[in-house]
Ligand binder design. Sequence first.
Ligand code: NDP
Length: 299
Amino acid sequence: MTAAIIDGKAFASGLRGHVAQAVSELNSSFDYQPTLAVVLVGDDPASHVYVRNKIKFTRETGMQSVEHRCDANIAQGDLEMLVGTLNADPNVDGILVQLPLPEGLDSDRVIAKINPDKDVDGLTEVSAGRLSLGKTGLRPCTPTGCVMLAKDALGNLSGKHCVVLGRSILVGKPAALLFLEQNCTVTIAHSRTQDLPEVCRSADILVAAVGRPDMVKGDWIKPGACVIDVGINRIAHPEKPGKMKLTGDVDYKGAMAVAGGVTPVPGGVGPMTIACLLRNTVIAACHRRGWDVPDCLSF
Ligand code: NDP
């Protein structure tokens, strides 16, 4: 058996198309263009690449993007003040503070300052509370992308057993809640879970978010299951000395031999994160103004 490749890159491109359509609908109905403000602190090269991509895709969908670059030694209070200014700016719909922040800055305190109605990363306590209570709000991007890919692969998720491997605030916990919202029966597994392979083998949908290269083996997977690999791990390239390669948390070859569908790394969940961020920016713009969210953004 060979699993289907769940093509997150193609799905994300389609989703960005829907975001562009939604932006054009807001333009024609209200003469309005949503704006995403991105705050980048310091010189971390990976963060610069991420922010560049976020800005590029924001503009491609017809939205406005405002970038605020700050020195790595900016004072905590000044960074929080910048967030406050963006909160108060009526033209800013979404605020994204690129993480991680340089050493010495407390990201929890900065995130706590973001107005939850502009929290397009879905990271504030209020956003987490809204998700937990099933209230309208902005959902974290990567976990939302996982649900979208699973739904695209399987259709209705109701009654499926979803095992989420990992319980981080960023991925595991919100993913579990989002799959629960889809009426899955959810198990959250983590480093203290007993007989992890057996727990994973019971999953119709297996979401791996552990940050351990190729940890999930083929014989941990139920035949025909849908495998969503969130992991992004940089390892030494096995064939090219001195080079690095990206790999997920799932042994891809092993999984492809057993599963029904598998997300590749790269090209699976990764591209969904930015696409969901753009979608959240439009949703934030609509919620704040009391406009209906365009139908093309529902899933
Ligand atoms: P964290 O390190 O915050 O959390 C890892 C989780 O995995 C923890 O809950 C931990 O359990 C669990 N875990 C670690 N080792 C084991 C083990 N041996 N057995 C069982 N469980 C284990 O990572 P994140 O959630 O932030 O990220 C996970 C992966 O996803 C990373 O590779 C990251 O790069 C990637 N990622 C990808 C994104 C994308 O856009 N595609 C976005 C965000 C993250 P415990 O709580 O018990 O310690």
